[in-house]
Design a protein around this ligand. Structure first.
Ligand code: ZN
Ligand code: ZN
Length: 313
């Protein structure tokens, strides 16, 4: 879908669902303007034809202004505050267009159709649920919330109190939980001091699972806690580094398994006791974990969270 074509249709006051329907029928704003009633009726219901005919007569709002509006609120209604609910939205003039014809960023807002209807309903101003002042303040608060969410410092806007749902956690909250889970001997203890190799491999799998799914389990397999998965992070640079981190731990676990197969590491599968035939192996594994933890700590540092200890401090 071309967002440019979509914003172009929003610019004359179509809602995003009807705009999308037009684009799906191959009708851009220019084509809608040229189309006759009969042609429109082939693709749209009668009430939609009415809306389109009224819209195409309007002067277009600047595409750059619209783009800024929909990006800052993530295509969501500033009164609903539901960025993960993709309901149709429409542009609304805070001070009516008929009064000032003000098409500037400050006078425009993205609303869902429900709240748009409410904004246009006739209430006494003292009892009106969506006064221009309220819409204005909700708009700026919402834009701030969306910006914080995209950076990773805030939970999903509108679901701040919803702490039980891991998907609503902010990146910072998720990182705090992950850092707590990774503060464990299997991550920080040097490889030569590892008591049981089977336990070590299981611990690596626990770490990888936590990074990939957000699920934290005890060694016995009981769930301790849960947060969002690395790929659900909203801050893109943190998301990428967490993806890389999980791959790092993957290759550490694979390297140990390879060492067992190659007899670099002699392992008693029952007791988990082991001895090294390749005396370089412990340093190699420690160095790999050390650099993985440095990668994690680079994210934690940016998030203002205390670092996790890796092998060798
Ligand atoms: Zn709404
Ligand atoms: Zn309106």
């Amino acid at each position: 879908m071309s967002r440019d074509l979509l914003t172009n249709l929003l610019s004359v006051g179509l809602d995003s669902a009807l705009a999308q329907k037009a684009l799906d029928a191959g009708l851009t704003l220019t084509k809608l303007r040229e189309a006759g009633t009969k042609e429109l009726k082939a693709s749209f219901f009668d009430n939609e034809v009415k809306l389109i005919k009224a819209a195409v007569k309007r002067k277009e709002i600047d595409d750059a202004v619209i783009l800024q509006l929909v990006q800052k609120c993530d295509w969501s209604c500033c009164i609903c505050w539901k960025v993960d609910d993709r309901v149709p939205v429409i542009l609304h003039h805070i001070v009516p267009h008929s009064k000032t014809a003000d098409d500037s960023y400050d006078n425009l807002v993205v609303l869902c159709l429900n709240h748009h209807g409410m904004a246009h309903s006739k209430w006494e101003i003292s009892r009106h649920p969506t006064t221009p002042e309220l819409i204005k303040s909700r708009k700026s608060e919402f834009e701030e919330a969306v910006a914080g969410f995209k950076k990773g410092t805030r939970p999903v806007p509108g679901r701040e109190g919803d702490g039980k749902d891991p998907a609503s956690h902010s990146d910072v909250k998720a990182l705090t939980l992950i850092a707590g889970f990774l503060s464990r001997p299997a991550v920080s203890r040097s490889f030569v001091a590892e008591g049981n190799m089977q336990d070590f491999l299981r611990a690596m799998q626990d770490v990888i699972r936590t990074l990939n799914t957000g699920i934290m389990k005890t060694r016995e397999g009981d769930e301790i806690d849960r947060t969002k998965a690395g790929r659900q992070f909203t801050n893109p640079t943190w998301r990428e580094r967490l993806g890389l981190l999980s791959k790092n731990f993957d290759s550490i676990a694979e390297r140990v398994q390879l060492a067992v197969r190659n007899n670099e590491l002699q392992l008693d599968p029952v007791s988990g006791f082991y001895s090294f035939n390749n005396c370089m192996l412990p340093d190699e594994i420690d160095a790999a974990r050390h650099s993985a933890i440095r990668l994690l700590n680079s994210v934690l540092f940016e998030a203002g969270i205390d670092p996790v200890r890796g092998p060798g401090g």
